[in-house]
Ligand binder design. Structure first.
Ligand SMILES: *[C@@H]1O[C@H](CO)[C@@H](O)[C@H](O)[C@H]1NC(C)=O
Length: 442
C-alpha cells in the first residue's frame, strides 16, 4: 500500500540515522516498565493506483478543514465530495497537489483540498479523488467544552498501535501532536506506512502537528530539513499569518493554540519570534479564554535525557508566552511523561504555564527512565511509561487533564488534575498590562 515507485530499502543504510537508546527497564512501585516493541511491518504494494491512501484532516481556518491524501497515480483528481448523510455528497471541494523526491525515492501525488464552510460539531461523510472508500469525520464544537487527545513521539511500533487504539476509545475532538511523527528517519517509504497506520484516526478527527528532530531529515549541502513533513503534513500556517509550516496557530472552541518549531530560528530577530509576538497580541481572551502552546523540546524536564536542549528557545520565548498568559504547554522529545506546577523562569510561579512532557507515544527508541534526583520543586508527576493524554476544556475557568499509561495494553489513568485558567485569576489582566509595555508597544 505504498505509493512510491522505488523500493527504498535500497537506500544505503549509511543515510539512516539510527539512534539506539538502550532503555533501562526499571520499576517503581509494582509497575514493570515495558520494553520497546518492534517496528510494525507492512505489506509492499507497488501497483500504480488512484486509490486514496494516508488520508488525514486538519483545521484550515474558521469552519474549514484541509483533507490530505496520497495517490500513486498523478492524474487522480484532488476532489473531495462530502455531505452530512452517508453516500450523499452534496458538496465538492477541489484542491491542489504536491510531491517530492528524496534521493532514490519519489513520493506519490500528495493532494491537499480545503473544504467548507462546515457546520460545527457535525459528522460529515466524504470520499477523496472521486472514488475510494467512504470516510467520515466530526468537526469540533463552536464553544466549550472541547477535548484534545495528546501524544507525541509516536513512531510505528506495537506500542504506537496500542496508544492509537486507546485514543480511539476516548471521545475527543482533535489530536495534538508535539513532534516526532513517523520515525521515518530518512527512509521515505516509512512516511507512507505511517500515514496508513494513523489514517483511521487522522481521517476522523483533525490532527494538528508540529515537527520534531525526526522530521528534520536534512543532508548538509544537499537537502534542507522538513521536506517530507512540509509536503505531507500541511498545517494552517497561511491561515494564521505565518510564512512557514513549521509554526502557526489555530483556534477551536474556546482555545487559541500556538504550534512552535524547536528546530527553526526563535531568537528575537527571527521570523518565528515576530510572528509569535503578533499572533499572541491578537488573542482575545473573551473569545478564547484558554491559551495553549506546543513544541517539541521541553523547557521543564527533569529526565536525564535531553537535559538543557530547550534552554535557548526557553530563554528567547518564555517571556512572550508568560506575558501573553499561556495556560498549558505540551512538549515531546523525552520518551516519558512529566507534569509541572505553573512555572516561569525556572521556578514555580502562579502566573506561568503548566508544562507537560508527553513524548511517550510508543516509538522504537523506547523509554527514558532515569530522572534527576532530587526532583525539582516544580515537578509534580513524572513516569517513564508509554501512553497518551486527554485535555478537556470544560468551561472558561476549568480544564481536566488526565494521562493514561499503556499498562499491558490497557489504558490506565495514572495522573489527573483540574487546571484553572489564568483568565480566572489576576494573572492575565496584570500580565497583559506588563506585556503591552514590554512587548507590544513600539
Ligand atoms: C466550570 O466547571 C467546573 C467544573 O465542572 C465547575 O465547578 C464550575 O462551576 C464551572 N463554572 C461555570 C462558570 O460554569
Amino acid at each position: 500500500m505504498m505509493p512510491n515507485k522505488l523500493n527504498s530499502n535500497k537506500i544505503p543504510l549509511l543515510l539512516t540515522v539510527v539512534i539506539t537508546v538502550i532503555t533501562a527497564v526499571t520499576a517503581t512501585g509494582d509497575y514493570v516498565r515495558p520494553p520497546p516493541r518492534k517496528t510494525l511491518h507492512f505489506p509492499w504494494d507497488s501497483k500504480l493506483s488512484s486509490q486514496p491512501q494516508q488520508v488525514h484532516i486538519s483545521l484550515a481556518g474558521d469552519k474549514h478543514i484541509r483533507v490530505t491524501w496520497t495517490t500513486s497515480d498523478s492524474s487522480s483528481p484532488s476532489l473531495v465530495e462530502y455531505g452530512t448523510s452517508p453516500g450523499e455528497y452534496t458538496y465538492r471541494g477541489h484542491g491542489d497537489t504536491t510531491s517530492y523526491s528524496y534521493l532514490l525515492y519519489n513520493s506519490g501525488t500528495i493532494h491537499h483540498t480545503v473544504i467548507g464552510p462546515l457546520d460545527h460539531n457535525t459528522v460529515y461523510y466524504y470520499r477523496c479523488g472521486g472514488q475510494g472508500p467512504e470516510l467520515s469525520f466530526k468537526t469540533p464544537p463552536s464553544e466549550l467544552p472541547v477535548t484534545f487527545a495528546v501524544a507525541g513521539d509516536l513512531g510505528q511500533t506495537g506500542w504506537t498501535k496500542s496508544t492509537l487504539d486507546h485514543i480511539d476509545l476516548c471521545e475527543y475532538d482533535l489530536h495534538l501532536l508535539p513532534g516526532d511523527l513517523s520515525y521515518a528517519d530518512y527512509i521515505q517509504s516509512r512516511w507512507d506506512t505511517w500515514g496508513n497506520l494513523v489514517q483511521p484516526l487522522a481521517s476522523a478527527r483533525p490532527w494538528m502537528v508540529t515537527q520534531g528532530n525526526h522530521e528534520k531529515e536534512n543532508i548538509p549541502f544537499f537537502k534542507d530539513g522538513f521536506e517530507s513533513f512540509n509536503a505531507r503534513w500541511k498545517m494552517p500556517y497561511e491561515e494564521s499569518g505565518s510564512t512557514s509550516n513549521l509554526y502557526y496557530s489555530f483556534e477551536v472552541a474556546g482555545a487559541h493554540v500556538v504550534m512552535l518549531g524547536s528546530y527553526t530560528d526563535y531568537d528575537e530577530n527571527s521570523d518565528q519570534y515576530n510572528w509569535l509576538k503578533a499572533d499572541l497580541s491578537s488573542v482575545d481572551r473573551e473569545k478564547t479564554p484558554w491559551l495553549l502552546a506546543l513544541f517539541h523540546v521541553p523547557w521543564y524536564n527533569s529526565n536525564n535525557a535531553h537535559q538543557g536542549e530547550g534552554d535557548k528557545m526557553m530563554e528567547a520565548m518564555e517571556p512572550l508566552l508568560y506575558a501573553a498568559g499561556v495556560d498549558i504547554v505540551f512538549a515531546g522529545h523525552v520518551h516519558a511523561y512529566e507534569r509541572t506546577k505553573r512555572v516561569y523562569n525556572g521556578k514555580s510561579d502562579p502566573c506561568g504555564a503548566v508544562h507537560v512532557t508527553i513524548g511517550d507515544g510508543g516509538n522504537k527508541e523506547g523509554l527514558q527512565s532515569k530522572y534527576k534526583d532530587p526532583s525539582p520543586e516544580w515537578s509534580v508527576f513524572r513516569e517513564a511509561s508509554f501512553g497518551h493524554g486527554e485535555l478537556k476544556l470544560v468551561n472558561s475557568t476549568h480544564a481536566f487533564w488526565s494521562w493514561h499509561r499503556n499498562d499491558d495494553d490497557e489504558p490506565v489513568r495514572s495522573d489527573e488534575v483540574w487546571i484553572t485558567s489564568l483568565t480566572s485569576s489576576q494573572c492575565v489582566a496584570k500580565e497583559r498590562e506588563e506585556a503591552r509595555e514590554t512587548f507590544w508597544l513600539p
